[in-house]
Design a protein around this ligand. Structure first.
Ligand SMILES: *[C@@H]1O[C@H](CO)[C@@H](O)[C@H](O)[C@H]1NC(C)=O
Ligand SMILES: *[C@@H]1O[C@H](CO)[C@@H](O)[C@H](O)[C@H]1NC(C)=O
Ligand SMILES: *[C@@H]1O[C@H](CO)[C@@H](O)[C@H](O)[C@H]1NC(C)=O
Ligand SMILES: *[C@@H]1O[C@H](CO)[C@@H](O)[C@H](O)[C@H]1NC(C)=O
Ligand SMILES: *[C@@H]1O[C@H](CO)[C@@H](O)[C@H](O)[C@H]1NC(C)=O
Ligand SMILES: *[C@@H]1O[C@H](CO)[C@@H](O)[C@H](O)[C@H]1NC(C)=O
Ligand SMILES: *[C@@H]1O[C@H](CO)[C@@H](O)[C@H](O)[C@H]1NC(C)=O
Ligand SMILES: *[C@@H]1O[C@H](CO)[C@@H](O)[C@H](O)[C@H]1NC(C)=O
Ligand SMILES: *[C@@H]1O[C@H](CO)[C@@H](O)[C@H](O)[C@H]1NC(C)=O
Ligand SMILES: *[C@@H]1O[C@H](CO)[C@@H](O)[C@H](O)[C@H]1NC(C)=O
Ligand SMILES: *[C@@H]1O[C@H](CO)[C@@H](O)[C@H](O)[C@H]1NC(C)=O
Ligand SMILES: *[C@@H]1O[C@H](CO)[C@@H](O)[C@H](O)[C@H]1NC(C)=O
Length: 450
């Protein structure tokens, strides 16, 4: 018993003194001095500080842990963990000393005018999780040393002048990435092909760069992805079928991406999808007929204008109860009478004008229209006087089959168009209702042909 107590107490005291040794060991280097000197180096690299914010605040008569935008951790050691100098009008460069802030986890200098190259020493910041340089004037490449920062979760370097290409192996080095925002820079080269290990990625934007090549099939590995923007690049080829695996996707932005593709119908099986921007490409084929045929009607924006789509408005589009914008303008119009009407435009007013344009083959800007006689007024008068006056004579000839059924169908469409273009917005019917009515008109017409 006695022996046990002695042993126990001496063991305990050894343990206690070991903890002291460990604690003392941590203090052997004066990190306080070195983190402070890094911040002072940072301050001395500023070339412009319009409100003298750092000039007045980052002074050595207070501990740097109380300086504006600085957060510290680790009682007794005072290590800088966060630098948040967002939106202060600062100009300057990032000094290489930054690499010595070895406890830094958040670095945010967004909305300033920092310039120059990013120092390779950033790669020493092993604990860095969030890196936000949005809206500065940085140029040059992202240093490859960043691949040593495997803890990184958030990279936002959008709105700078960064260039260079991205490695295919980015994801195998940075598996924790949640946000990768590279939009509005000058990045070149192929879209990286290996996305398999970026399993946490939720936001990815390459918008507005000079990326080339195909959208890699492995993009389908990003099952957590919520927003994907690849537009305004010089890509080529198709929308990969694997995109259907993006089961968390809410926004897909592929505007002006030079894609030559049909629209995979499986894209519309993604139940989370709210906004789909495929405008200004060379998409061909027809819209999948079964859009909104399933239980999921969450789609809000569907922008497909300026493509080469053909065919007809999908059967159940009136069931897309959340749809606020459907823009199919400037595609190839299928012939009236075969497939129905293709072209619709963003809001209900332009949708109405569009319907009138299609069947009159007249633009609101046509010289026959004056301030007293608008396209809609003319159409509305024709509905009273004789609707054939307003229908383009090349569309329906008097001697052709089903003449009356066709004229009556166009009358209903004109009536609907006028309901869409009512002078005051509150008198206009909503787009969803308009699409449903159009669908009804079409069915009625098809029934008459039987
Ligand atoms: C560490 O640096 C601080 C601030 O300059 C200073 O007050 C302190 O005496 C230094 N400690 C050691 C052990 O040198
Ligand atoms: C801190 O020191 C600077 C000079 O280094 C001085 O101008 C300023 O008044 C001091 N501020 C405070 C709060 O002591
Ligand atoms: C620097 O700014 C911080 C945060 O606003 C403030 O608490 C501190 O007193 C300021 N220090 C000086 C010297 O102005
Ligand atoms: C960073 O600074 C900006 C502006 O000074 C402030 O609005 C924001 O809340 C700060 N963010 C954090 C995480 O401290
Ligand atoms: C980082 O700190 C080490 C050790 O204190 C020092 O030797 C080195 O010069 C520092 N590096 C930079 C870039 O300041
Ligand atoms: C950086 O600061 C801006 C402005 O305060 C903020 O909007 C942004 O979310 C911050 N970035 C990170 C990674 O927290
Ligand atoms: C980012 O770039 C876009 C396009 O050039 C521009 O519209 C936007 O205002 C920029 N934002 C900032 C904060 O510079
Ligand atoms: C990453 O860190 C290792 C070990 O410190 C170093 O040898 C290597 O050069 C670093 N890689 C880059 C790209 O900086
Ligand atoms: C990523 O996707 C590709 C192509 O679809 C597939 O072959 C690969 O196995 C996936 N990788 C991972 C890690 O899931
Ligand atoms: C657009 O795509 C086509 C073929 O799909 C390709 O030949 C062309 O180079 C691409 N354009 C640009 C500017 O990259
Ligand atoms: C579309 O909505 C109508 C009612 O507006 C309903 O009768 C029909 O079953 C729906 N069709 C599909 C495919 O959801
Ligand atoms: C247009 O609106 C009027 C009045 O609200 C209504 O009687 C008529 O059925 C509507 N026509 C169409 C085609 O929607």
């Amino acid at each position: 018993m006695e022996k046990f107590s002695t042993t126990f107490f001496s063991l305990a005291s050894v343990l206690i003194s070991m903890q002291c040794l460990i604690a003392l060991g941590g203090g052997a280097t004066n990190y306080t001095t070195s983190d402070e000197s890094v911040l002072l180096a940072f301050k001395s690299h500023l070339t412009y500080d319009p409100n003298h914010i750092l000039a007045a605040n980052w002074t050595t008569n207070t501990s740097f842990c109380h300086w504006l935008g600085v957060s510290c951790c680790c009682r007794g050691q005072n290590r800088v963990t966060s630098l948040n100098l967002s939106n202060m009008g600062l100009q300057g460069t990032i000094p290489p000393q930054i690499g010595n802030l070895s406890f830094l986890t958040n670095f945010n200098i967004s909305f300033n005018h920092f310039n120059g190259h990013l120092p390779a020493e950033l790669g020493q910041l092993r604990r860095l999780k969030e890196f936000d340089l949005y809206g500065n004037d940085f140029s040059g490449e992202i240093p490859t040393s960043i691949f040593n920062v495997s803890a990184i979760q958030w990279i936002n370097v959008a709105n700078n002048s960064l260039s260079g290409s991205l490695s295919d192996y980015m994801c195998s080095h940075l598996p924790k990435l949640r946000v990768l925002w590279l939009s509005y820079n000058e990045f070149v080269g192929d879209v990286p092909s290996k996305w398999g290990e970026c399993r946490e990625l939720q936001y990815l934007s390459f918008f507005g760069n000079k990326f080339t090549g195909f959208i890699p099939r492995s993009i389908g590995n990003l099952t957590m992805l919520k927003k994907l923007y690849l537009g305004q690049n010089n890509l080529q080829g198709e929308l990969p079928l694997e995109m259907e695996n993006l089961r968390s996707l809410e926004i897909l932005g592929l505007r002006s991406a030079n894609l030559t593709s049909s629209i995979p119908s499986s894209l519309f099986n993604i139940s989370s999808l709210k906004e789909l921007y495929l405008l200004e490409n060379q998409l061909f084929g027809s819209l999948p007929m079964d859009i909104c045929s399933s239980d999921v009607h969450g789609l809000e924006f569907l922008a497909l204008q300026h493509n080469q789509l053909t065919g007809s408005i999908p059967r159940y589009v009136g069931n897309c109860t959340s749809l606020r914008v459907l823009d199919l303008s400037d595609n190839k119009l299928s012939e009236y009478g075969q497939e129905g009407l293709v072209s619709t435009k963003c809001d209900v007013y332009s949708f109405g004008i569009m319907m009138m344009e299609v069947f009159t083959r007249k633009k609101p800007t046509d010289e026959m229209f004056t301030s007293d006689l608008s396209l809609s007024r003319w159409v509305s008068e024709a509905l009273v006087k004789g609707v054939t006056q307003a229908i383009d004579s090349r569309l329906i000839r008097k001697d052709e089959e089903h003449f009356f059924a066709k004229v009556s169908c166009v009358s209903s469409i004109f009536e609907l168009a006028l309901n869409c273009t009512a002078e005051s917005p509150e008198n206009r019917i909503n787009i969803k209702h308009a699409l449903a009515l159009l669908q009804k008109i079409r069915l009625k017409f098809l029934a008459k042909l039987q």
